[in-house]
Ligand binder design. Structure first.
Ligand code: TMP
Ligand code: MG
Length: 286
């Protein structure tokens, strides 16, 4: 059915159930399908040649527009909060206020750097960001079959939009909800627009007023792509879900987190920098 599911990076707890969901989504057809995806470390790569790739925040942090002092403070925040973000032994309730703290402090620091709106394209061009192998096929297939893709990101919307624009895949079926920058009249960053989206509030609570999922209420088949335990709630605002296939990229601390990922995601992709499995499933369905 889907030969890519035989890749050694693929782990599935209940293979029969997964095949059943894929078959059901195919039966419903492309007019009932929508894709909901995280961005950082899901559509973008986690690593390349043993080196980490940047998140949309890191792209700014590492760029020439942030002072040395700002860089150090942002790095200190990352080293303190990232282990908390991915810690399988802490509850979401414990993590949530700490994530609000991280995002708030990082956004405050970035907002002090006088970042110019007009510099973002160049900053992205000069960064080490990479989309996962196969991103072209993913976006092209979804566009060709009129399947909407909703990118739900706790990263920085202005930066991630520029990444997909530069990759030439920002098609009309791509919609983004994320943290957007607020610039003053002279185009200098002054703050971030609300509501704040962090790893563990990616649910309906931050989509109030967007009406996005209501407009797509006929699309009851969902393919959800994420890399964090916080991404599992991204489809909670969909009014009626008939079939949902959750695909999780397990990038970091694979051994410690495998159990939780296998329990929550239908398909777990371990240290797989490609979109092969997603594309293989779509090729079968569409
Ligand atoms: P997302 O992948 O759920 O959209 O979340 C964005 C990622 O950004 C999350 O894994 C943590 C990361 N991040 C940074 O790298 N630097 C930062 O300053 C902040 C606030 C988040
Ligand atoms: Mg992510």
């Amino acid at each position: 059915m889907v030969p890519e599911l035989e890749k050694p990076t693929v782990r599935i707890l209940r293979p029969e159930r997964v095949l059943g969901i894929i078959r059901a989504i195919k039966e419903q057809g492309s007019s009932k399908l929508q894709v909901i995806s995280d961005f950082d470390m899901t559509l973008s790569r986690f690593g390349c040649n043993g080196r980490r790739c940047p998140t949309s925040h890191n792209i700014l942090d590492n760029s020439r527009v942030v002072s040395e002092d700002g860089k150090k403070k942002l790095k200190d925040l990352l080293h303190y909060y990232y282990p908390i973000e991915i810690d399988p032994n802490r509850t979401l309730e414990e993590k949530r206020p700490l994530m609000v703290e991280w995002w708030t402090r990082a956004h405050d620091l970035l907002s002090q750097q006088k970042i110019q709106k007009g510099d973002i394209a160049q900053i992205v061009r000069e960064s080490d960001v990479m989309l996962r192998d196969g991103f072209n096929e993913l976006f092209d297939q979804l566009y060709k079959y009129n399947v909407p893709i909703f990118i739900f990101s706790a990263g920085i919307g202005d930066v991630l939009e520029e990444i997909i624009r530069q990759a030439n895949v920002f098609y009309s079926n791509v919609n983004v909800v994320s943290n957007y920058m607020d610039f003053d009249d002279s185009g200098v960053l002054k703050c971030f627009k609300g509501p704040l989206i962090h790893t563990y509030n990616k649910n309906n609570s931050v989509l109030q007023g967007t009406e996005y999922f209501q407009q797509l209420s006929g699309r009851t088949s969902i393919i959800l792509l994420g890399d964090s335990m916080g991404d599992l709630t991204m489809a909670d605002g969909v009014p009626s879900v008939e079939n949902i296939l959750k695909i999780g990229f397990l990038n970091d601390k694979v051994e410690e987190r495998r159990g939780k990922y296998l329990d929550s995601y239908d398909i777990v992709l371990e240290s797989d920098e490609t979109l092969d499995v997603v594309n293989g499933i779509l090729r079968y369905i569409l």
